[in-house]
Design a protein around this ligand. Structure first.
Ligand code: 5GP
Length: 211
């Protein structure tokens, strides 16, 4: 049997409240070749969040054990809470040939970009800072203090947007979803992901993927 072509890492980052979660949910829904990396976190579940589906909700002790045994592909502290990407599930999906979506903060994104230089990195921006503040308040999942912390972090995160390959402004949700779908589609057409075509026509392939 022919071995599956390895999937690619897709990092989606951007400030809290920008709509990353909604965009990711929609693109996952319409694309069976995408796998969502379920992060581990020490924060408490929000209403409606399911353990193992939205996050793996674990204690600080369990989180530190995972770090110490090298089970985290990346991790970061955000607003006093730990978030991290479990390594094994990501590697398994990549080996199975699926592209894996990592919806993570900028600190984690940079760790991933270092480890996977060919990762498709996408930064989602709000149409304006005022609009972002409004969305964070309207979301109603955070208390006043958490909104303040998240808005402060948002301003810092926005200044790092230039480190990503692709920038998508989430003004109209359908446009932002389409933009991300187009980026993923184009990334799959890169010659480094099309060895089967190069082989078919006996074209030598000098630019191999680096992971
Ligand atoms: P929330 O508490 O709103 O679910 O997430 C807060 C922030 O943590 C968001 O910016 C989210 O993208 C980020 N985040 C979620 N999972 C991970 C992860 O595994 N690693 C890192 N570095 N950030 C994460």
């Amino acid at each position: 049997m022919m071995k599956n072509k390895r999937g690619q890492v897709i990092v989606i980052s951007g400030p809290s409240g920008v709509g990353k979660g909604t965009i990711v949910k929609e693109i996952m829904y319409s694309d069976p070749n995408l796998a969502f990396s379920v992060s581990a976190t020490t924060r408490a579940p929000r209403v409606g969040e399911i353990d193992g589906r939205h996050y793996h909700f674990i204690s600080r002790e369990q989180f530190n054990d995972m770090i110490n045994s090298g089970d985290m592909l990346e991790y970061a502290e955000y607003g006093g809470t730990l978030y991290g990407t479990p390594q094994k599930s990501v590697e398994k999906e990549l080996d199975d040939g699926r592209d894996v979506i990592l919806e993570i903060d900028t600190q984690g994104a940079f760790q991933i970009i270092k480890k996977f230089p060919d990762a498709v990195s996408i930064f989602i921006l709000p149409p304006s800072l005022d609009e972002l503040k409004k969305r964070l308040c309207d979301r109603g999942t955070e208390n006043e203090n958490s909104v303040k912390i998240r808005f402060g972090a948002a301003e810092r995160e926005l200044s790092l947007a230039d480190k990503f390959k692709y920038l998508v402004v989430n003004d109209k949700l359908e446009d932002a979803i389409f933009d991300v779908q187009c980026i993923i589609r184009a990334s799959r057409l890169q010659k480094t992901n099309r060895s089967e075509i190069l082989e078919k026509y006996n074209i030598s392939n000098k630019d191999k993927r680096s992971e």
